[in-house]
Design a protein around this ligand. Structure first.
Ligand SMILES: Cc1ncc(COP(=O)(O)O)c(C=O)c1O
Length: 344
């Protein structure tokens, strides 16, 4: 039987329409700017985010790295949250490859950074102090459980950053989930940011790819940085073709994932030994706590694994489950049955 894989929305497989589009894609050399399918995807992405230009890169990690390299020189500083993906899960690339100074501030439980804390983290210009150039936000916020940042909050952080001569980058890996949850176009959430990236290879189900969006000047420089880190791709239209299908057909269906995540969370809330904060379940990600005493979290997750339900243990008591394309309501019902059975 096919496992019910709830570990991440990155496990999604391309749709038949994507495979067909990839097969038929018109191609050229994208390092020369001559791949028509890449160019079309980039125009679509820029339009969706309300920015002048866009750049296709291989991954969300590369999108954030290239954005950081474009905003910051060596020794320049980034203010970012202690639960941010850029800090925790991207191999330390901003520091290792970009030489960036990371000024880490607490991430609030809803994924926000406190504006007063950001303000205090920006030093006055002085030869003793690092030069802070960038603030990074994450929308939706992965480790806060897929929580959303609304346009007003993002604009307030952008205003603060700009007042101090800093830029704002949004890690919008799942920005379309945020837009859907808030009932606004994604471009409203992107508008305050100087740069934003989003992933094609998560809920949107593409096999590969993320897109950075910003001003034409920013994207021209980002193209140079992408080349520098070895991310210049040649006939990348085979990947972009899937991205076009994703933007045309896979955005609205994310609602199904949000509904399934909520259904899962409501079920988890009724299982003794598990605890979930339903207010944190805003999009397709469900974090819950394992509080049962008669087994460990690893035994629980391992027991589910053996019965074909795959989730991710993150830390001594936290478990993450993510709804995505390929997961139906019936799969969630089965997952809940297996959870109850394994807990005994
Ligand atoms: C918020 C966030 N940003 C960036 C990334 C990195 O994306 P990728 O796995 O494509 O490098 C992820 C991946 O899960 C993510 O959740």
């Amino acid at each position: 039987m096919k496992p019910i894989d709830l570990r991440s929305d990155t496990v999604t497989l391309p749709t038949p329409a994507m495979r067909e589009a990839m097969y038929r894609a018109e191609l050229g050399d994208d390092v020369f700017g001559e791949d028509p399918t890449v160019n079309h995807l980039q125009e679509m992405a820029a339009e969706r985010m309300g920015k002048e230009a866009a750049l296709l890169v291989v991954s969300g990690t590369m999108a954030n790295l290239v954005s950081v390299l474009t905003h910051c020189g060596r020794g320049d500083g980034i203010i970012l949250g202690d639960q941010s993906h850029i800090l925790l899960n991207e191999g330390g690339g901003s520091a290792a490859l970009g030489g960036a100074y990371l000024r880490v501030v607490p991430t609030l439980p809803d994924g926000k950074l406190d504006p007063q804390v950001i303000e205090r983290a920006i030093p006055v210009p002085d030869i003793h102090h690092p030069r802070i150039k960038l603030v990074c936000l994450e929308n939706t916020h992965n480790y806060c459980g897929g929580t959303v940042l609304d346009a007003r909050y993002t604009a307030s952080i952008a205003d603060l950053a700009h007042r101090h001569g800093l830029s704002l980058h949004v890690d919008g890996a799942r920005i379309f989930n945020a837009a859907l949850a808030l009932g606004v176009p994604a471009r409203d959430l992107a508008a305050p940011a100087d740069s934003i990236m989003f992933c094609l290879s998560k809920g949107l189900s593409c096999p590969v790819g993320s897109v950075i969006c910003g001003s034409s000047e920013f994207i021209n420089e980002a193209r140079r940085m992408r080349k520098m880190v070895g991310g210049g791709m040649r006939q990348a239209g085979v990947l972009a073709a899937a991205g076009i299908v994703a933007l045309e057909h896979m955005v609205d269906r994310l609602q199904e994932d949000h509904d399934n995540a909520r259904f899962l969370a409501q079920g988890v809330a009724e299982i003794p030994g598990l605890k979930v904060d339903l207010s944190s379940v805003q999009t397709n990600i469900v974090f819950f706590d394992f509080v049962a005493k008669h087994m460990t979290v690893d035994q629980f997750v391992g027991g589910m694994w053996e019965q074909g339900v795959w989730m991710m243990a993150l830390g001594p008591s936290r478990i993450r489950a993510v709804a995505h394309y390929g997961i139906e309501k019936g799969d969630i019902e089965q997952a809940l049955r297996v959870m109850r059975r394994v807990l005994g």
